[in-house]
Design a protein around this ligand. Structure first.
Ligand code: C5P
Length: 295
């Protein structure tokens, strides 16, 4: 085997509670990840030399060491002292800077793919250890599961097994604006400075949300979806509030921003409903619209 083609899926955060700022500058979180079928394609080809080369159809992502897929290959090469190279081609479909973890997913796919292509035989635990060094959202994509709970930086992951077989339809609206995650966390620090840190909202929130998801109770889900970063991102990008309102006005009760933005997603009751709203939203030209599903 000298070539591999991998689907590199996106994620949504159905719940994202920022708890506090840590000494290392990151933030402790409590989050629920969901994997969706919107995906990039990663094509890995063996090289006869030691070179790692990244190329992409998208001009929005770097092809050097700033690219997380590049860093994934490099961390394996350096840590394991490998004399192996790889050509990494990234076909981008996941919008960049949208809070859907495209770069993190590409890094995880590269780790998983190189484990096979370079015949490394690394265990999931070892892969997760590399993943957490690359970024907070990377470990989630190493677990082959549709829903998971994330803690600490988001990198401590536990699959939510009761939701394994659940599938939801989603509408995604992604404005053209690119949101920088580190900027949003800096703004969160500024906004929360001097405020007493409440260690957690209501401890049972994640449990109730999980239960509502299990029961497909979208009104209940709509009440429990939560993202601490909306109050930071929305004032900076007021267009996002209008998108959220529009989705609600179209009859969708469960709408939220993913990650630090800019993607706004809605959960739909059925494929039929999702398709009808998709057709309506498609007519507007200002934002990109996607119809996607849990995977
Ligand atoms: O971990 P990752 O590199 O994906 O995070 C991007 C940026 O988001 C970090 O540099 C940091 O500023 C911020 N971040 C954070 N706390 C987290 C996750 C991300 O402050 N738990």
């Amino acid at each position: 085997m000298n070539k591999l083609v991998i689907n590199s899926y996106a994620k949504l955060n159905l719940y994202l509670e920022v708890l506090n700022r840590r000494k290392d500058g990151y933030h402790n979180l409590k989050t629920i990840f969901e994997r969706i079928d919107l995906a990039d394609k990663i094509i890995l080809s063996l090289r006869p030399d030691k070179i790692i080369r990244v190329s992409s159809n998208s001009k929005q992502i770097p092809s050097d060491q700033r690219n997380l897929a590049y860093r994934a290959a490099l961390i394996l090469q350096e840590s394991l002292h490998l004399e192996k190279g790889v050509e990494i081609k990234i076909v981008k479909n996941i919008p960049v800077g949208s809070g859907m973890g495209g770069g993190s997913s590409n890094a995880a796919s590269t780790l998983l793919g190189l484990n096979k292509l370079w015949k490394l035989k690394l265990s999931r635990k070892q892969l997760v250890n590399f993943a957490r060094k690359l970024g907070s959202d990377v470990p989630f994509f190493i677990y082959n599961c549709p829903f998971a709970l994330g803690r600490d930086r988001g990198e401590v992951v536990r699959p939510i097994r009761p939701l394994d077989r659940h599938k939801f339809w989603h509408l995604l609206v992604v404005p053209r604006s690119f949101v920088s995650t580190s900027k949003i966390y800096r703004e969160w620090d500024r906004a929360k400075k001097g405020q007493r840190v409440r260690l957690t909202r209501v401890n049972s929130n994640v449990k109730i949300l999980t239960l509502s998801l299990r029961n497909k109770d979208l009104l209940g889900v709509g009440k429990r979806l939560f993202n601490s970063l909306e109050e930071i991102t929305f004032p900076l990008y007021p267009g996002l509030v209008r998108i959220k309102r529009k989705l609600r006005n179209l009859g969708l009760p469960a709408v939220l921003m993913s990650g630090s933005g800019s993607a706004i997603f809605a959960i739909s009751r059925s494929r039929k409903e999702a398709r009808s709203v998709y057709a309506k939203l498609k007519k507007q030209k200002t934002a990109r619209v996607f119809l996607t599903r849990t995977c």
